[in-house]
Write a new protein. Sequence first.
Length: 506
Amino acid sequence: MTSPIVLFKTNRSFRAALLGATAALAIAGLAGQSAYAPAVAQAAQTQTVGANAPVSFADTVERVRGAVVSVKVKIVETAAAASDDEDASPAPRLQPGDPLERFFRQFGGQNGMPGAPGGRQQRGPRTGQAQGSGFIISSDGYVVTNNHVVENATEVKITLDDGRTVDASVVGADKKTDLALLKIRDGGNYPHVDWAKTAPRVGDWVIAVGNPFGLGGTVTAGIVSARGRDIGSGPYDDYLQIDAPVNRGNSGGPTFNASGEVVGVNTAIYSPSGGSVGIGFAIPVEIAKDVIASLKDKGSVARGYIGVQIQPVSAEIADSLGLKSEKGALVADTTAGSPAAAAGIHSGDVITAVNGDKVDGPRDLSRRIAGLGPNTGVELSYIHDGVEKTATVTLGVLPNDKTARGDEPAKAEPGSFKSFGMSLAPAGAGKPGVVIAGVDPDGAAAQKGLREGDTILEVAGHAVTRPADVKQALDAARKDGRKAVLLRVKSEEGVRYVALGLSAAG
């Protein structure tokens, strides 16, 4: 059986194995596993012969390599973070008198954990090192790299192409796009590179320069394999995919076109082993240069905000809502007091355009709104109860990330919906909705991602408070000839819509 491909980012939920991670973090979780880890991409045009085969990238590399640097940082990990990023299982608990007990106590602390006489959970913060790549974008020493390379850094040092090592400080970082801006502290006239004025096309040549595995000044070449990749690393994923070989240590390094302009910033790789298999990802120039400009100007990135939770419009959802197209973003919930709420946009509406430009889906909408910035007036087109409408919205400021939590389900006598593979119960006095009290792992509900503890708020647009309300709404949908019924569901991840096929119920 092959191991699954996993996106490696900085938290355990993605099994992080970043290209610029510390040695301890890089080793953990790579054996026998697949990974996404930081990388680069972009198009290059060069001298060609025959069927557009490149002759040499040497002239271009000669011009740009002086601006590519190695970024080394000291970091401090909390005990919780260290635990999250470790794959190694703790040593087994040994019975008193076991021959191995004295060995682990002497060399590994009680139960095998160094310096932790009270066990694994008592270990305090520890220091480590991280290494990645970067590139200088101005003569006075501003350096671009990845956020994950310098996150939690207490000291940052830059090693230049000529071998000199200089101190640097973090000007600002943006976790959502994994970008960071550094500044070399000593004044000087440093070699630097420019952002590309145009984005590359699929099939264009690209050149990656960086420090894979700490091997400085390494150059690789390939092509842009695809654009607009969503690898699940953040809300604004829009990566270039390249096949120029990049590995751990390339994180934050540049991808150039043949003219020596930066078209991407290395961020992640797709790999069954942690090494390059020809699938790398880079933050495209059109995103990177705007984020870096904001970091330089303000030290942070302010994004536009309308205050909605959104999801894709599937074929079943489109049928349930009577829509002709699956394009757009379905509003699962609207935040009270948000710009969207003030404009009259409600759950169940489908946002189809921003300033007249069609919206493909939730990711497209998120990027457009974020890119417009706070205090910008925009016209949103949306469908409400089958009617096309428009609303003018003044964007707010995207607040800090929050983790949505579902209400604790109240204990109650469950109602049975065996044909859907679930049982229901009232949420309890004063609480909205109906709680899913149990789920058959092989049933239709489980196949749609419904889980025990989720709360059904609405069925076919009608609020429900008892299992009987759910049954009544399902029966009404069948009489109307619906193939599926739309449930509005609240879970720990937030509020979303689920289209449940009525054919599942006999």
